[in-house]
Design a protein around this ligand. Structure first.
Ligand code: RP5
Length: 175
């Protein structure tokens, strides 16, 4: 990329208040579980947005969102859905942004249905799939921060402090 191009398309950082992470929900009913992801991103001071766009019920909206996310400054997508969850894969099919899939429990199958629908992507269209439910929501946010931190020293430091804090808590308990 030459200097002119990079000036015209400055890479958003955490100093920029435009959302860097887009959290996409298959339904508004997914919101309570996914709040943890938003909370975690706020803890790391990473600007983000939450949208509801279903792969099955509102495919056109999903298509528009996925195709315009990158030009709006989004750098990582988190997709959370339950049931026959094609949300993360549908996003990944329409963008080169990294997509993290969070399978949710929404049916009598305990989230296993969503896990398999999210993780079993064909070669060429990866979805980084995390655990089912709130653990996954939190880890999706941390993974998004780790992806962003590759090019952001300040964020990298916040991650190191976070990991050191986790270790400290365990060490204190075991002394
Ligand atoms: C999926 O179906 C959603 O992601 C949600 O987990 C599940 C149920 O959605 P609602 O019927 O509650 O809208 O598409």
């Amino acid at each position: 990329m030459d200097e002119t191009t990079s000036l015209q398309n400055p890479r958003p950082t955490t100093h920029d208040r435009r959302p860097l992470v887009g959290i996409v929900l298959g339904s508004d009913s997914d919101r309570p579980v996914v709040e943890d992801a938003a909370k975690t991103l706020t803890e790391f001071d990473v600007p983000h947005e939450i949208v509801v766009a279903s792969a099955h019920r509102s495919p056109d909206l999903l298509d528009r969102y996925a195709r315009t996310a990158e030009e709006r400054g989004i750098r990582v997508l988190i997709a959370a859905a339950g049931g026959a969850a094609h949300l993360a894969g549908s996003l990944a099919a329409r963008t080169v942004l990294p997509v993290i899939g969070v399978p949710l429990e929404a049916t009598g199958l305990g989230g296993l249905d969503a896990l398999l629908s999210t993780v079993q992507m064909p070669p060429g269209v990866p979805v980084a799939t995390v655990s089912i439910g709130s653990w996954g929501a939190r880890n999706a946010a941390i993974l998004a921060v780790q992806i962003l931190a590759v090019g952001d020293t300040e964020l990298n430091k916040r991650l190191r402090d976070f990991k050191a804090g986790m270790a400290r808590k365990i060490e204190v308990r075991s002394t």
